[in-house]
Design a protein. Structure first.
Length: 297
């Protein structure tokens, strides 16, 4: 009996295998189709914003299609020079803010995490628990006393109120993230470095810190995204137009009592999304590795 006839024999198992594989194949195709449809629905607002930035103002809300009838790039030119300062000025303000916050979080949070993970001192567990409790404390509760303090010191309308707290390890989420990562590093490395005469400073900077690259990259990406899009903090502390960041500059295109320049706002919004897209694109693998190695799944 040949192989072909054996496959069609009554006792053959080929047909049941085909019957089992076919439903699995159909389910897989349906699952991927559903995921594609949901992804298109989620990305539709972004695509609509990009297309709207290429339309004249009088056509933006008249047509909801994703293909513009006419391509108008004047929104990018007008939006770049529509405010009191060129839009590059606000991009630079946001860049300085983000750089300061990233450096502050990387330095302060990593040092605090090392203290909680490696040092033994009185009240360590209580202090760690209090730090975790601050995760449940909304910013609106502390914004008033913080504003009073910074107002009395004369730091309002500067980047100091937004950058200085980062150097004090106020982001408990990143401290917890790094603590979990450091606890996964073998203590034998610390003991070997201590035998070679290293203290806590050299152990941290020469042994622990180089191994914390995934956690540091995760902190950098999240800090960049949060501070680049921060509107509430900038609105509270930066009242002068020349000190505005990108979110406040985008808000300036809208006028509740007059005409709003929607096309220019959409155009500058597209430009402001490019840094976020690039940071997430190049740091995605570090982001996933950072979460996977800290036990947060």
């Amino acid at each position: 009996m040949t192989d072909s006839t054996a496959a069609l024999a009554p006792g053959s198992t080929a047909r049941p295998e085909l019957r089992v594989r076919r439903p699995r194949y159909v389910r897989s195709v349906l699952k991927h189709v559903l995921m594609i449809v949901v992804s298109l629905l989620m990305i539709y607002p972004l695509l609509w914003m990009v297309v709207s930035s290429l339309r004249p103002n009088d056509e933006i809300f008249k047509n909801s299609s994703l293909w513009p009838v006419t391509l108008d790039f004047t929104n990018y030119v007008d939006g770049w020079n529509a405010l009191a300062q060129p839009f590059s000025h606000y991009l630079m303000n946001s860049t300085l803010l983000v750089i300061g916050c990233v450096i502050g979080n990387l330095l302060a949070c990593s040092l605090t995490a090392y203290a909680f993970a490696r040092l033994r001192f009185w009240g360590r567990n209580v202090a760690f628990a209090i730090m975790l409790l601050t995760l449940m404390l909304p910013i609106h509760v502390v914004i008033v006393p913080q504003y009073i303090i910074f107002s009395q010191t004369g730091w309002v309308n500067t980047l100091v109120p937004l950058v200085l707290p980062k150097f004090l390890a106020t982001d408990a989420f990143f401290v917890f993230l790094m603590v979990q990562f450091i606890r996964g590093i073998p203590r034998e490395l610390d003991e070997a470095a201590r035998i070679d005469g290293c203290g806590h400073v050299r152990i941290f900077f020469q042994v622990i810190l180089p191994l914390m690259l995934p956690a540091l990259a995760t902190t950098t990406i999240f800090t960049f995204m949060w501070m680049w899009n921060d509107f509430f903090g900038s609105l509270i502390y930066l009242t002068k137009p020349e000190n505005h960041t990108v979110p406040l500059a985008l808000k300036s295109f809208l006028d509740s009592q007059g005409a709003s320049n929607w096309g220019a706002m959409f155009a500058m919004s597209v430009l402001s999304l490019i840094p976020l897209f690039l940071v997430f694109l190049f740091g995605q693998r570090f982001l996933i590795k950072g979460f996977a190695t800290t036990g947060i799944k």
